[in-house]
Every structure is written in structure tokens, then in C-alpha cells.
Design a protein around this ligand. Sequence first.
Ligand code: SAM
Length: 243
Amino acid sequence: TDFGYKQVKTEEKEQLVAGVFHSVAQQYDIMNDLMSFGIHRLWKRFTIDASGARPGNKVLDLAGGTGDLTAKFSKIVGANGQVVLADINSSMLNVGRDKLRDLGVVGNVDYVQANAQALPFEDNTFDIVTIAFGLRNVTDKDEALRSIYRVLKPGGRLLVLEFSKPEHELLNKVYDFYSFNILPKMGDIVAKDGDSYEYLAESIRMHPDQETLKAMMETAGFEQTSYHNLTGGIVALHKGFKF
Ligand code: SAM
């Protein structure tokens, strides 16, 4: 049956993603800097600025991995706020927790191992949910968006930072060449793990484009949805509200 087929595919994807992130966790930060020429820092800074985070807010950094966004939110929300770094992968969580503790980011940060598709939080808990470079790894994105919607407070917002579709065909071609030919080679040389970086390129190509993701957010219940292209649409920041 169709159902049986989908089950197998789902399990396969989950195992593949788990394997990739167990494998890359230790090298994740350095590879991020190398592969994006450091630009991921600007994309993340833009996300923080667009989030409207304020002292006292409760923030969920979903698929938070090694915690770049969590570290920044922790400073903004302060002692009366809280940041939850949630990730499905124990290796990424461990690397993230060690890094943030070394940076002195403690006190208002909690770590939770959780699947975006079934968040273990009460309804109406968070002022802000971010998911940066995480959604494309999630098997059932619609279910994840519904789960995020549920845990947001009324008036709360979701920010999705993710690879998207370059606005111009030439950039698209250059970028495709980079992702499929150069990126896996860099992964092979630096992290001794070309396969994981090939998965990365494929997952980027398969991910819904700007308008499709916006529509998916609306289907999940989000309102006043919008997106902002970064670096020519290589990355987009989507935003939506729960009212
Ligand atoms: N947000 C971090 C950043 O921007 O640097 C990490 C991004 S990393 C590319 C993607 C993360 O998504 C990994 O840490 C992975 O374990 C996590 N992830 C994948 N599937 C997930 C799921 N279903 N639920 C929660 N996290 C998931």
C-alpha cells in the first residue's frame, strides 16, 4: 500500500538525517564557516534582529544544533527570560551545550531532545520560535509547522531561516555547481565525510521554494506571513504570526 511505502521512506529519511548529524556534529561549526564563507553569521544576525526578541521573552530555538541563535537570544531575553534549545540529535545537542557553557551562556538556557513534529511543550508557551537550517531535515514539515503553531503564544511569531531558491538563473546555476561539486569535496577533505555533504546539497535542492513554504505556513494556521530573501535568495527568512 501507499502507506507502507511512505512508512519505509519516512524511517529511511529519519535514519539518514540522524546519521548525518551524528557524523558532522564535531566539525559542524567549522564546516559552516568554511562552506558559507562565514556568511551564515550574517544570516543568523539578520534573524535575531527580525525576531523582535525582548527581555523576558520565552524563545524556542528549534533544531538549534550547536546553539548559535540560542547564544544570541540568551543575551537579549536576560534573567527573566528563557531560551530552550531543542534538537532531535544527541550529538548536536552535546556539542551545542559544551560550546555554550564554554562561552558562559548559562542560567536562562535549557536543552531538550525533541522532534519538531511532536514538541513536548504545553500549548501557548513561547513568544518566539526559530528554526534555522532545520526544517528541510524534518520528514513531515506540515506536522512540524502545526506543532510549532500549537506551542506559540497568541501574538507569538515563527521565524524559519532556510536555504531557498536563488532569484536569478545564473546564480542558481553557479550555486548548484557549488553545492553538488565543490561542497561534497570540501566535506570529504575537511570532515572526511563527503556523503553527509552530498545529502546536504540534495536536501537543499529538494526544499520548498519561497512561495511554497509561505503557503505551507498559512495552511498550518500562520497569519501575516512574509519572507525576505538573503544573498540573492540562496537563503530566505520566513516569518509568520499566531493570533
Ligand atoms: N540551527 C543550527 C544552525 O543554524 O546552525 C543547526 C542547524 S543543522 C543544519 C540542522 C539541525 O536540525 C541538526 O542539529 C539536526 O539534528 C536537527 N534536526 C533534524 N531533524 C530534526 C527534527 N525532526 N526535530 C528537531 N531537530 C531536527
